[in-house]
Design a protein around this ligand. Sequence first.
Ligand SMILES: Nc1ncnc2c1ncn2[C@@H]1O[C@H](COP(=O)(O)OP(=O)(O)OP(=O)(O)O)[C@@H](O)[C@H]1O
Ligand SMILES: [Mg+2]
Length: 308
Amino acid sequence: MTIAQLEPLPLQHLRRGKVREVYVVDDDRLLLVATDRVSAFDVVMAEAIPHKGAVLTQITAWWLRQLQSDVHHHMISADVGEIVREIPSLADHRAALAGRAMLCRRTEVFPIECVIRGYLAGSAWKEYSSVGTLAGESLPDGMRESERLDPPLFSPATKAESGHDENITIARVAETVGPRLAAELERLSRLVYERGRSIAAPRGIIIADTKFEFGRDRDGRITLIDEVLTPDSSRFWPADQYQAGRSQPSFDKQPLRDYLDAERRAGRWNGEAPPPPLPKAVVSATSARYLDAFRRITGQELDLTGPS
Ligand SMILES: Nc1ncnc2c1ncn2[C@@H]1O[C@H](COP(=O)(O)OP(=O)(O)OP(=O)(O)O)[C@@H](O)[C@H]1O
Ligand SMILES: [Mg+2]
């Protein structure tokens, strides 16, 4: 089943993101559901990408299992059978939720996007190439686009309700959440990113940068939440094509980006919503990339059989 718009669930709908829908289960639990929506250049496409939601959810679930002993996290289950046992009112929605839903501990979210960068790309490259800094902090001279950063840079941002997140200095994070929590968020972000990139690199994927979110659970524990080391929260680059000094192709979205770029150059799209319709070949090539990302990272095939 491919889903852009989720059928109504018998739960309170809390929030709609570009890709995910968030529902309240009770005071202590949330249900996060990744649809198959895809965005590029900040615009959500009309077409859904088969299996993308399940890929995102199951990649997060896989990482959280790897990280079990490193960090406290929010996942209760990403298995639809277990989720329906916990929330019997979802029984009629098994097929729609299979693979894509994650039952989570609800936390009080810290208002910081914990961005960590192992390579100089995107907005970080833009800032560095124009003024030589990153979120106001200085970097060595003469770095090239996409160059590796050792050690990785912790470059936090505010969580903006609308529009773009704003990069902030580490000093600002300390003012916002206190110096001890700020230091702990940085430590955990570095730890999880280092684990992630060391697992992904030999499997042909460079995790150039990523964004984590943390919250405080009912018992006061600092908890890793949201999606973790997915293609949507990270820049995934194919390692065999990596070359510093230029921008890199995106492991997952490149077929989509190339198509949209061509439409723009041809004057058929102005870069804003509504996006142009996507040819079937672009949709299926993008779907194949997401499935490949899952396969490469986890070493497993995504279970496409649906609920039993
Ligand atoms: N365990 C948790 N407790 C509380 N909030 C959580 C938890 N896990 C995730 N969230 C929140 O769920 C929301 C997910 O919605 P979000 O808007 O990020 O969806 P999205 O599809 O990723 O959209 P976008 O692409 O715009 O980021 C985030 O605001 C995140 O902070
Ligand atoms: Mg998000």
